[in-house]
Design a protein around this ligand. Structure first.
Ligand code: PEP
Ligand code: NA
Ligand code: MN
Length: 618
């Protein structure tokens, strides 16, 4: 029986009937689950996704025919499409995102908690018949190379073809994954419905969704249920929901870490390779650093990942990392020749754009792609736009979805199942004040303390004050699937499994420090390679450092400034430590730690006490 026969209501037989001929004991549980979800959601058809090129093309063609995608002019952007979301469905909905652990304290104060039974009773009726008139796609996917030692498998059922094609870019989809499941590999269950059943004969919306939204994670049973949204972070469940929230819980139980980190290989002029992972909150330049083009001669960066890294201690005492994804789901605005030429080149074709502007010639545009805006555009809501319109043409959270392999500087072995051994971990935020360009942790515990204190200013800080800080520990605030204080403790535990001389060294960086006149003190972008260069020379023991109350600072003469002008006064300001302001930061840290009801591990309180002691004596 063909996959999309369009026949009547799904039956158990039809779900089985469309299955690829793969046998193994694991298939029974999968098909039973698929039938259970089909019986609940009542789709017209069940389509087992095989990940083939022809299937992908048919899905894209179907969405164009239905008015859900606009095919871009292949002369400018071959194989590429534009989706316009419902104006209300443009971002992750953190307020509607829940961690439904058995015990409330396991979700912790930074997550929305829901009792599993209660929230199941709330959402199950929403899913009843929610796929009527639609196709239910079954998407088996692997995070990490199929069968790799750090990889994990999931299955998403969804009634959104847009989600299917996005998952196809962001993960490894297909029958190779089914073979793993058939062979007994464990897998995570993820269910997604846009929550817009169709009556017979009813025309579909261009972007079906529902005003009511629930993104619910069940860490105890390793399930995700997402209802009402078609937007990436809410609908590509492999990404934030699985690879961060659920995977962080699996990592806690298995001794590894699921992190909101980019991953790069840095190659020095002598050809030596170093691997660096970095956690920055959303909109602090992870994709830019992931695709860095160093401005110092002889240095190269190869991209391994731009958003998620899974880190696991190896037998050798090193910390090994993979990027579990296979694509980039990046923010378009601000991505341009000047800021990230590598990303611009990555997007030459085969890209799904969402909520960017459309040019009259059938190509796309967004703020920051070029210095000057085109004279006329169709904006992200489908309305005519000119530079005089007084509103952005692309939504500020408009996105591109593109395969990692298309990145011109992707590491040739980015897909290696065993991953890469980390030499350095960077933590950063967007701080106008206080936090120096780079500071090295004295040891792993001090580094974990730094990670727990990542913050960004909500507003540009006025001179001499600390702006209102949004705490975003390890850049994981919206993504940690369990109690954040327990997660700090887990970081400490992982450190104990590493050989102390082989563990990655930890650094805090801040590209965004401003002078008294409000100017950025550091040029950033490609020049951030100069900071990475210092970090690597520290790792190799080639340069010394200056002890400060907050960690080890560079001697400014050790930073390679060949070819750029940074006045000595700016350099000094980039590394200035004001003990009074830092004591205030320490008070804020204490206040933050106190929100965790005594669960913050003692070694981190000890770090705070030691920091205060050093600051008071400085
Ligand atoms: C998302 O919103 O789906 C997403 C990837 O989030 P962010 O860019 O904030 O990491
Ligand atoms: Na893929
Ligand atoms: Mn992210």
């Amino acid at each position: 029986r063909p996959a999309d026969s369009g026949a009547a209501r799904t039956t158990v037989a039809s779900a089985y009937g469309t299955l690829p001929a793969i046998q193994g004991e694991g298939m029974a549980a999968l098909t039973a689950w698929v039938d259970e979800i089909a019986a609940l959601t009542q789709p017209d058809r069940v389509h087992w996704v095989d990940g083939s090129r022809s299937e992908n093309e048919a899905l894209l063609r179907g969405m164009v025919d239905e008015g859900k995608l606009i095919k871009l002019n292949p002369e400018w952007r071959p194989g590429s499409y534009l989706a316009r979301s419902h104006p209300s469905d443009v971002a992750r909905t953190e307020g509607r995102t829940f961690i439904a652990s058995e015990r409330e304290e396991d979700a912790g104060p930074t997550n929305n908690w829901a009792a599993p039974d209660e929230i199941r009773a709330t959402i199950t009726p929403l899913f009843e018949g929610s796929m009527r008139g639609r196709t239910m796609y079954v998407v088996p996917f692997s995070m990490g190379a199929v069968g790799g030692p750090l990889s994990h498998i999931g299955v998403q059922v969804t009634d959104s073809a847009y989600a299917v094609t996005s998952i196809g870019i962001m993960t490894r989809v297909g029958t190779a994954v089914l073979r793993e499941i058939a062979g007994g590999a464990p897998w995570v269950k993820t269910v997604h419905s846009v929550g817009a059943p169709l009556q017979p004969g009813e025309t579909d919306a261009a972007w079906p969704c529902n005003d009511e939204k629930y993104i619910v994670h069940f860490p105890d049973t390793l399930e995700v249920w997402s209802y009402g949204s078609g937007y990436g972070g809410n609908a590509i469940l492999a990404k934030k929901c699985f690879a961060l929230r659920i995977a962080s819980v699996i990592g806690r139980d298995e001794g590894w870490l699921a992190e909101h980190m980019l991953l790069i290989r840095v190659i020095d002029p002598a050809g030596r390779q170093y691997h660096v992972a970095a956690a920055f909150p959303s909109a602090c330049g992870k994709t830019n650093l992931a695709m860095l083009r160093p401005t110092i001669p002889g240095w190269r960066v190869e991209t391994l990942g731009d958003d998620i890294a899974w880190l696991r201690p190896g037998e050798d005492g090193r910390l090994w990392a993979i990027n579990p994804e296979a694509g980039f789901f990046g923010v378009a605005p601000g991505t341009g020749e000047a800021t990230n030429v590598t990303a611009v080149e990555t997007l030459w074709g085969n890209t799904i754009f969402t909520n960017v502007a459309l040019r009259p010639d059938g190509d796309v545009w967004w703020e920051g792609l070029t210095d000057e805006a085109p004279a006329e555009l169709i904006d992200w809501e489908g309305k005519p736009w000119t530079p005089a319109s007084g509103r952005p043409a692309a939504h500020p959270n408009s996105r591109f979805t593109v395969a990692a392999a298309q990145c011109p500087q992707i590491a040739p072995d980015w897909d290696a199942p065993e991953g890469v051994p980390l030499d350095a971990i960077l933590f950063g935020g967007r701080r106008a004040t206080n936090v120096p360009l780079v500071v090295e942790a004295t040891d792993w515990t001090h580094g974990v303390f730094m990670g727990s204190n990542i913050s960004s200013e909500r507003t540009a800080a006025a001179e001499g004050t600390v702006g209102e800080l949004r705490r975003d520990p390890f850049a994981m605030l919206p993504f940690c699937g369990y109690n954040m204080a327990d997660y700090f403790g887990h970081w400490l535990k992982v450190g104990q499994k590493l050989r102390f001389d082989r563990a990655p060294r930890i650094f805090q960086v801040n590209w965004f420090r401003k002078g008294d006149d409000g100017r950025f003190l550091w040029p950033g972008f490609g020049d951030n390679a100069r900071v990475i260069d210092w970090i690597i020379r520290r790792i190799d023991g080639e340069v010394g450092a200056v002890d400060s109350p907050i960690g080890r600072l560079p001697r400014t003469e050790d930073i390679d400034l060949d070819g750029i002008e940074v006045p000595q006064a700016d350099l000094d300001a980039l590394f200035a430590i004001d003990p009074k302001m830092w004591l205030h930061e320490a008070d804020l840290t204490e206040e933050f730690y106190r929100t965790f009801d005594g669960r913050v591990p003692a070694p981190l309180w000890a770090e705070l006490a030691a920091l205060r002691y050093r600051l008071q004596r400085a």
